[in-house]
Design a protein around this ligand. Structure first.
Ligand code: SAM
Length: 250
């Protein structure tokens, strides 16, 4: 992939780098995985807070730059790899963090969420719109499939916004930092098959402007749906608990 396509907007504001490192590691963490370390600005802030840091960088020139910059640093392991094709759970329970390349932020976060118990915490700098989708409340414009998936698997917090001027070169959009802390809502809601539940949620959102009655007619049957209190609502108005209730009934 061409370098400009790799989302290489490097964070240069020290105070922001420090805030991200502190959010990822409020205390010393035995194992941290950094996705897209770039030139190592966040890496340098993370190192004093970790026992071991695994940094995954796709760009070979940047991976080499990091090897030289951090030569002799025993806590750091640099892997020249595509994070989208790396099993991020292979090192065991870890904090996962990074200033994510924007083209891959959503699939990377989905992968992290699906690791569930293997992730202690995720702290990511992403496009503001993605941060809003991850933390949206039912009924808001940004609420959708990704929000429901995230709410099912983690407690998601919008931490703070980052302006384009904090980067070099500045991106065209605002950014924000989110924190994901895996929880056990799935077990509490008695959802045993994650993929099956997500297929159901995706069906509810199939045509966003249409009601549950319309989106589920084929699956549940119009007659049965008439007894559902959610039938006349749109998926974007429903909470995770309501999706779980409908799923059990369907
Ligand atoms: N962390 C650095 C910083 O804050 O200055 C750089 C962040 S930059 C937004 C994204 C980084 O991710 C770039 O260094 C880019 O080369 C790298 N990258 C892009 N796609 C990647 C992938 N699929 N796997 C691993 N790294 C990737």
């Amino acid at each position: 992939m061409a370098r400009q396509k790799l989302g290489q907007h490097f964070l240069v504001k020290g105070a922001i780098l420090e805030r991200i490192a502190a959010a990822a590691c409020p205390e010393t963490e035995p194992l941290v995985i950094e996705i897209g370390p770039g030139r190592g600005a966040l890496t340098g802030r993370l190192l004093p807070r970790v026992g071991r840091l695994v940094a995954i960088e796709l760009d070979p020139a940047l991976a080499e730059h990091l090897r030289v910059k951090f030569a002799g640093e025993p806590r750091l392991e640099i892997l020249r790899r595509d994070a989208l094709e790396t099993d991020l759970g292979q090192w065991g329970p870890a904090v996962i963090t990074g200033n994510l390349p924007y083209y891959a932020a959503t699939p990377l976060i989905e992968r992290v969420l699906r690791l569930r118990g293997t992730v202690r915490r995720g702290v990511f700098l992403v496009q503001k719109e993605v941060a809003q989708r991850l933390t949206a409340a039912p009924g808001s414009r940004q609420y959708g499939y990704l929000t429901v998936l995230a709410a099912l698997l983690a407690d998601c917090r919008y931490l703070f916004e980052v302006k384009p001027s904090a980067f070099h070169p500045p991106p065209k959009v605002d950014s924000a930092v989110v924190r994901l802390e895996p929880h056990r809502r799935m077990e509490e809601l008695a959802i045993r098959d994650l993929e099956d539940f997500l297929r159901f949620v995706s069906r509810c959102f199939r045509q966003k402007r249409k009601t549950i009655r319309n989106n589920l007619a084929e699956m549940v049957g119009r007659e049965a749906l008439e007894a559902w209190p959610e039938a006349g609502l749109r998926a974007e108005q429903l909470s995770l608990e309501q999706f779980a209730g409908m799923y059990r009934r369907a």
